[in-house]
Design a protein around this ligand. Structure first.
Ligand code: TXA
Ligand code: MG
Length: 454
């Protein structure tokens, strides 16, 4: 009884310190951890009027959103909510103490800045420096892709945006999410929300409530359950603030580079449209490499708790690297991971995979397969990637093998995540290669495509 009373008083003291924007947190042992509550929301019951205000038909959803808003605004506690990309761990962006809890909950390094989520362009403008004018490229991108999985960098107004949000960068990353639950929560709270993906730092991003619970149960007080996320991987992060006016893609994501190029080409009115440059493909920036302003530059990202091997079946091996056959790959995995029990291997492969039949012919191994969908549908692959990694991890495999996909459309974002998540890349020759008369690649998807077309 005494302990309950003491922790209640400490929680009240924490809330008071947050309200006055006290810069330090009480040691975590002082505040009593709350049990994690999951509240269902029906996204289809939410619509938005011309003033960007949510109209909510379901009473259960309205109550859940009000409860979440009280957590955020009155108790200064973080809340997990669904977005169209991945689940986010949100807190009041303009309150440093509330946002600090995001970092402690995730174990996130303090030099990795957060994305601020707003519910309307009006809310966006309220955060920007008063003398700032949106560039024409941003007007076009906002008109076509917001609400949606596109994050834009803006100059930071240090009077409004706390240091902790931007890791003291001169820019702040902002987006309007299109998920009705996310947007309604921000509108009802009438506050921008800082929200990284709702996973422990370094882990794959959660796309379902089960993933969040597996990782953060007991570490967060409240989760809003809005069902599985549509896109399945994070927003595209874009910097259009350079003097040359070009659009620099710092992190490929839910909006593809091809879509950005096309929209700018068709709608840009001020002379020739800006170029769209992808980091590490079209430009390298020493500054970006030094600080973790682009996800995954400095820290390991998206990695499951078991080893992940990227099987290069499309690109040619670098000079001096000899490609494995499926059997030599499995032989070396058995040696390196060896135990007396049969090896359990998780396979994240395409439904029209060029290697799957060669691999699973080894019956000494216990195989667990998760299909990423067809090579021809990169949006489906993006949607399934994190779910596949987290599902196989939960099934208790010893290692996961993931098949390379082509780096176009959503495939660019998929390979961006996979390259950062994998602890090793192996180049594989398949029996398919010998049959292919169309191209000299290690494995040939044009052969597969031609087969399915006929
Ligand atoms: O789809 C998404 O973007 C999800 C959902 C929840 O909205 N959020 C998300 O947040 O992926 P997070 O923190 O996991 O990844 C955001 C990345 C950070 O790793 C950070 O490096 C980058 O965006 N970022 C944030 N502010 C930045 C800035 N000012 N300059 C450059 N990069 C920035
Ligand atoms: Mg993340």
């Amino acid at each position: 009884m005494y302990l309950y009373y003491a922790s209640h008083r400490m929680n009240a003291l924490s809330r008071y310190l947050a309200r006055v924007n006290w810069p330090w947190r009480l040691p975590s042992g002082f505040a009593k951890p709350l049990p994690t509550q999951v509240l269902k929301c029906d996204p289809t019951s939410i619509s938005f009027d011309a003033d960007d205000q949510p109209q909510i038909k379901s009473q259960e959803t309205l109550e859940a959103l009000r409860t979440a808003s009280r957590h955020l605004v009155e108790a200064f506690q973080p809340v997990v909510f669904p977005t169209e990309t991945v689940y986010g761990l949100g807190a009041l962006a303009l309150n440093a103490t509330a946002s600090a809890q995001i970092f402690s909950t995730k174990g996130r390094p303090p030099d990795n800045p957060l994305i601020v989520h707003v519910s309307s362009v009006k809310m966006l403008l309220s955060l920007l420096p008063p003398d700032y004018t949106l560039p024409d490229s941003y007007r076009v991108l906002i008109q076509h892709f917001w609400p949606g999985p596109l994050t834009l960098l803006f100059p930071r107004d240090p009077i409004k945006i706390p240091d902790i949000i931007t890791a003291k960068q001169p820019t702040v990353a902002i987006r309007i999410p299109s998920h009705p639950v996310a947007r309604a929560l921000i509108a009802i709270s009438n506050s921008p929300l800082a929200a990284p993906s709702a996973n422990s730092s370094g882990k794959p991003s959660p796309t379902r409530v089960e993933h969040v619970l597996h990782d953060l149960d007991g570490k967060v007080g409240l989760i809003l359950d809005g069902g599985p996320c549509d896109v399945g991987l994070e927003s595209t992060v874009v910097d259009g603030l350079h003097e040359d006016g070009n659009i620099r893609v710092l992190r490929p994501g839910g909006v593809t580079v091809e879509e950005i190029e096309q929209v700018l080409l068709q709608n840009f009115r001020q002379g020739s449209p800006p170029k769209v440059l992808v980091h590490r493909r079209d430009f390298v920036d020493e500054g970006i490499e030094q600080v973790p302003t682009t996800p995954g530059m400095k820290y390991r990202h998206y990695s499951p708790s078991v080893p992940l091997k990227l099987l290069r079946t499309i690109s040619k091996p670098p000079q001096g690297v000899i490609a494995d056959t499926p059997s030599s790959l499995l032989h070396s995995l058995k040696n390196s991971l060896g135990s007396s029990a049969p090896l359990r291997i998780g396979l994240l492969t395409l439904s029209d995979s060029s290697i799957i039949s060669d691999l699973v012919s080894d019956t000494e191994i216990q195989w667990r397969q998760y299909s990423l969908g067809s090579f021809a549908e990169p949006a489906v692959i993006a949607h399934r990637l994190f779910d596949g990694l987290l599902t196989l991890e939960k099934e208790g495999v010893d290692v996961i093998l993931i098949e390379e996909v082509s780096e176009d459309r959503e495939g660019l974002a998929v390979m961006n995540r996979v390259k950062k998540a994998a602890d090793e890349e192996r180049w594989i020759t398949t029996s398919m290669e010998a049959q292919c008369k169309y191209c000299p690649r290690t494995s040939c998807h044009s052969l597969l495509m031609n087969q399915t077309e006929t």
